[in-house]
Every structure is written in structure tokens, then in C-alpha cells.
Design a protein around this ligand. Structure first.
Ligand SMILES: Nc1ccn([C@@H]2O[C@H](COP(=O)(O)OP(=O)(O)OP(=O)(O)O)[C@@H](O)[C@H]2O)c(=O)n1
Ligand SMILES: C[C@](O)(CO)[C@H](O)COP(=O)(O)O
Length: 245
């Protein structure tokens, strides 16, 4: 079948099993509310907003799979999308691997999207999918940096850290999700790459394969610290105001 007529099946895996330690005490981060709706539901809707995504796999907090299933049942979601819930693991990497293991055969493109990035716009999601469909084994959305970056000798005790270098900022990007992958490539990466990684694309880099960057979006920021909740609710308020006109 030619690439022009090929039908790609795309699934999204949403790791949502983190505690959210940096957000402070409370429920697991993905279950906390943004304007009254759990962060996870915003993230699920962001993936399901893409007409290309036919399946969303949510990787729930290890003891929270039933609660997550109930949340999905209680909130309005598109009929055209299927949903699965699996319990997550100790690390993000393990949670993604458990989500991948739940995917049925026949999925060509996999998105991995942090529940902690609930507000990514659908155009960014679609741009990632399109770049994978065009042949890239791994695609990451990313933005240029606003700050100058220093490489330091880290000091865990809080004493001043010596600067080792100032990398050329023009060559650096801050990476977001969803990251998009050829399904078989991502499975191979998770089967063969060990050690600490903070994103899935770096596992594909370690296989020696090409990873490409598409433009990210400022609204795809990660809710990590308390101030990020304030920003997320402000973005939602701006969207509601814009929808009203
Ligand atoms: N064991 C884990 C750890 C993280 N995640 C998910 O990975 C995403 C990105 O992680 P991060 O924002 O760092 O979330 P937390 O690990 O929850 O944050 P913290 O480090 O502050 O605890 C989140 O959607 C989080 O739920 C996961 O599924 N399983
Ligand atoms: C995957 C990610 O969101 C890309 O920026 C990020 O690496 C997750 O990092 P964290 O260590 O889970 O905060």
C-alpha cells in the first residue's frame, strides 16, 4: 500500500501515576482539579481532541485505577475514542512501559503525553502525529529557551555552585509532550534501553535513531509547582473568555 493511501492507527499513552511531590501535599497530581475538573480529564480531552487518536490508555496511580475508570465514566469524552486504564509503576519510564504493554496490535503511531501537561492545544498534537506519519521514528514538540542556561557542578548542600559552562542557547530547546513515535520503535526502546531517562525520545536517541523537533506551544507547559496551577487556571479562564466571543 502506498504511503498516500495508508491508514495509520494512532494511540495515546498518558502517564498519570506520579505523586506530584513538587506540587505539595494532596492527592496524586493527575487527580487534582483545574477549574473543578481533574487535570487528567483535561489531558485526556487534549489527546482525544485529535481526530487521529482512536485509543487513549491512561496509566493510573498504582492504587487508583478504579478511581480513574470512574472519572472517565463521569466526564464527557468523544464517542469516537476508546479508553483503557492500567495501573502505573514506580517511575515515569515504568509507567509508560506498562501503558505500551496494554496497546492492541495494529497501532502504528504512539503518542506519550504527560497528564501533567493538561492544556496542550490540538494543533500541537496533530503536528507531532503528522511528523511521525511523514516518516520520523520519534518526534518531540519543543520551544526555544527564554533564560540563559549554565552548566554547574551541583551542590546538594545549598552552597554556591561553580559554573562550568554557558551553552549556546540558540542550540537548546525545552522539550514538551506529546512525544510521537513509530510504535515498534518505541517498544524496542523500552525493551532495550535501561537506566535513568526523563523522556521517551531520549531512549530512541540511545538506539541511534533520528529524533526530530516540531514547534511546541507555551500552553503545553508542565504543571510541576504550585504557581503552575495558577497559570493553568488563568489559561482556562482566557480560553473560556475567548470562546464567549
Ligand atoms: N511513577 C510515575 C511518575 C510520573 N508519572 C507521570 O509522568 C508525568 C511527568 O512527571 P512529573 O511531572 O515529574 O510528575 P510527578 O512525578 O508526579 O512529579 P514530582 O516529581 O513532583 O513527584 C506525570 O504526568 C506523572 O503522572 C507516572 O506516570 N508514573
Ligand atoms: C517528559 C517531559 O515532560 C519532557 O519535558 C519531562 O522530561 C518529564 O520530566 P520529569 O522528570 O517527570 O519532571
Amino acid at each position: 500500500m502506498s504511503e498516500e493511501t495508508r491508514v495509520f492507527r494512532t494511540a495515546a499513552v498518558i502517564p498519570a501515576a506520579g505523586r506530584g511531590v513538587r506540587l505539595g501535599p494532596g492527592a496524586p497530581k493527575a487527580l487534582r482539579a483545574l477549574n473543578g475538573t481533574p487535570m487528567l480529564i483535561h489531558a485526556v480531552r487534549a489527546m482525544a481532541a485529535s481526530r487521529a487518536v482512536s485509543l487513549v490508555v491512561v496509566v493510573a496511580p498504582p492504587d487508583g485505577a478504579t478511581e480513574v475508570k470512574n472519572l472517565l465514566a463521569e466526564h464527557a469524552l468523544p464517542d469516537r475514542t476508546d479508553f483503557l486504564v492500567v495501573p502505573g509503576g514506580e517511575t515515569r519510564q515504568e509507567s509508560v512501559r506498562l501503558g505500551l504493554a496494554a496497546l492492541p496490535q495494529g497501532i502504528d503511531v504512539v503518542l506519550v503525553h504527560d497528564a501533567a501537561r493538561p492544556l496542550v492545544p490540538v494543533d500541537t498534537v496533530d503536528a507531532v502525529i503528522e511528523a511521525v506519519r511523514d516518516g520520523a521514528p520519534a518526534v518531540v514538540p519543543a520551544l526555544p529557551l527564554a533564560d540563559t542556561v549554565k552548566e554547574v557542578e551541583p551542590h546538594a548542600d545549598g552552597t554556591p555552585e561553580p559554573v562550568l559552562a554557558t551553552p549556546d542557547r540558540a542550540r537548546l530547546r525545552a522539550v514538551q509532550t506529546p512525544q510521537g513515535f513509530d510504535h515498534a520503535t518505541l517498544v524496542r526502546a523500552h525493551e532495550s534501553v535501561t537506566g535513568d531517562v526523563t523522556d521517551d525520545a531520549s531512549m530512541v536517541e540511545r538506539l541511534g535513531l533520528k529524533v526530530v523537533v516540531v514547534p511546541g506551544h507555551e500552553e503545553a507547559f508542565k504543571v510541576t509547582r504550585p504557581l503552575d496551577l495558577v497559570l493553568a487556571e488563568a489559561v482556562l479562564a482566557r480560553r473560556r473568555a475567548n470562546d464567549g466571543f
